[in-house]
Design a protein around this ligand. Structure first.
Ligand SMILES: NC(=O)c1ccc[n+]([C@@H]2O[C@H](COP(=O)([O-])OP(=O)(O)OC[C@H]3O[C@@H](n4cnc5c(N)ncnc54)[C@H](O)[C@@H]3O)[C@@H](O)[C@H]2O)c1
Length: 272
């Protein structure tokens, strides 16, 4: 069902890899709601994933960029503005990667080159996007920017590892840039702290299925899935949320406010 919430709006979606990607669902939902979009990811992701199919379905050009390269990100904004014949109204940062997680290096035995890469890809890239957009004056006044985060920024989640530090930095960048962009251009910047969701990045965390089961049991509304995330994202890109900025918005079925639930207790009791 479409409410035309994004009619006439133009945006960039960074980070769609395959049909499981949160960014994939968000891209599709934005287009359903009337937006025109462009897509970006690495060349490698384009080769290994199925983003070309999404580009076709959304009638959206794909611009390759490694999120660690300021120049490549800048080019995505330039190419998108050229494609649209003007500024954009929104963009999504949906990018995360940790070699420490991939190689199962525990938090007290991190590889520091990997840590730098985690922070660069998963958080500093957000600053690079915002800085490039601002320098190019690429976003219309009252535009909206969203990055996807996780509650491990605030609380310790076993095995989420150095991605926790990346998410804490990501959320801080949203606040710091949110002040400057809001003050000068009325552009809002928020992070959505999403439930665990079965995607390529999500499932890369060992024990992910147990986490998914635990958070679902703990959340009165159950886990928010990728389609729910896409719906929430659309509201943040729409004009209905013009005064929401510099927030980390939990989208987790209530998990973040829970201490213990009946369903979680029952699962623990069974094991004792
Ligand atoms: N899946 C979950 O459980 C979950 C929960 C909360 C937040 N998130 C966040 O949502 C976002 C999207 O992840 P997802 O779960 O959809 O998984 P995904 O694997 O589909 O998406 C991750 C994306 O990051 C891209 N990427 C990796 N390195 C890159 C680089 N150097 N330059 C540009 N792009 C790069 C990948 O190509 C991929 O498209 C991430 O920030 C993730 O941390 C995911």
């Amino acid at each position: 069902m479409s409410y035309n919430l994004l009619k006439g709006k133009k945006g960039i979606i960074f980070g769609a890899l395959n049909e499981q990607s949160l960014a994939w669902k968000i891209a599709k939902r934005c287009v359903e709601e009337g937006a025109e979009i462009t897509l970006s990811n690495t060349l490698m992701a384009q080769r290994l994933g199925t983003v070309n199919k999404l580009a076709e379905e959304c009638n959206a050009p794909f611009y390759a960029a490694d999120a660690t390269s300021f120049e490549e990100i800048e080019n995505v904004f330039k190419q998108s503005m050229e494609h649209f014949g003007g500024k954009i109204d929104f963009f999504l940062h949906s990018i995360g990667m940790s070699m420490n997680v991939r190689k199962s290096l525990p938090f007290d035995s991190l590889n520091y080159d990997f840590l730098n890469k985690t922070l660069d890809i998963s958080a500093i890239s957000f600053h690079k996007m915002l800085q490039a957009a601002r320098q190019l004056d690429a976003i219309n006044d009252w535009g909206s920017v969203v990055a996807l985060s996780y509650i491990a920024a605030q609380r310790t989640f076993y095995r989420y590892n150095d991605m926790s530090e990346a998410k804490a930095l990501l959320e801080s960048i949203a606040r710091s840039f949110g002040y400057m962009y809001g003050r000068d251009k009325k552009i809002r910047i928020n992070t959505i702290s999403q439930s665990p969701t079965a995607t390529t990045a999500g499932s890369g965390v060992k024990g992910f299925d147990s986490l998914l089961d635990f958070t679902d049991r703990m959340s009165p509304l159950g886990n928010a899935d990728a389609n729910d995330c896409a719906n929430y994202c659309v509201t943040l890109f729409s004009d209905l949320t013009k005064k929401v900025t510099m927030q980390n918005l939990y989208h987790d079925g209530g998990f973040s406010s829970m201490g213990m639930s009946l369903r979680a207790m029952e699962a623990i009791d069974k094991d004792i």
